[in-house]
Write a protein of this length. Structure first.
Length: 151
């Protein structure tokens, strides 16, 4: 991408992140477990879209990733406050710590994988590994969202 295209990419990702702030309403309607799976699935699609060599596809990826990342961050905060209902601040702190560690380690491994292979292979690999997240059991979030909570 050119410098200008990169700037547009990051602007799209940032603006889309604002749209991800509607997580609360979505979580309330479909519950934490389904929200997590749907959002993760779309985030993984956004990663795979980066392997398609078309500017518009890359911009769509930016929009999807930006909104889904913020959405998932909100979901993890809601989820953690339900897990740590007696100490919700601890849950929020642990969520941000886990996200920070994940970003740091993920960047390191992605960079090394890209150095050893190619961008498309690396993005495909990490999207494939992300599919494992769809299998993670979510017992705290399995009850009906109509009750007003998911415990």
């Amino acid at each position: 991408m050119t410098t200008d295209q990169s700037v547009v990419f990051w602007i799209i990702m940032g603006v889309a992140g604002v749209a991800g702030g509607v997580a609360g309403g979505f979580i309330q309607k479909v519950g934490l477990a389904w929200s997590y799976r749907v959002l993760l699935f779309f985030m993984l699609i956004s990663i795979v879209l980066l392997t398609v060599p078309a500017t518009m596809t890359v911009y769509i990826s930016a929009g999807l990733f930006g909104s889904m990342y913020i959405f998932l961050t909100g979901l993890f905060i809601v989820w953690s406050t339900r897990i740590f209902s007696d100490l919700p601040a601890l849950g929020v702190s642990l969520s941000f710590l886990a996200l920070g560690i994940g970003q740091s380690l993920g960047s390191l491994f992605a960079g090394k994988t890209i150095e050893l292979t190619t961008y498309p292979f690396s993005f495909g690999l990490f999207a494939g590994l992300g599919l494992i997240g769809l299998l993670v059991p979510t017992p705290i979030a399995e009850s009906s969202p109509q009750r007003g909570h998911n415990r």
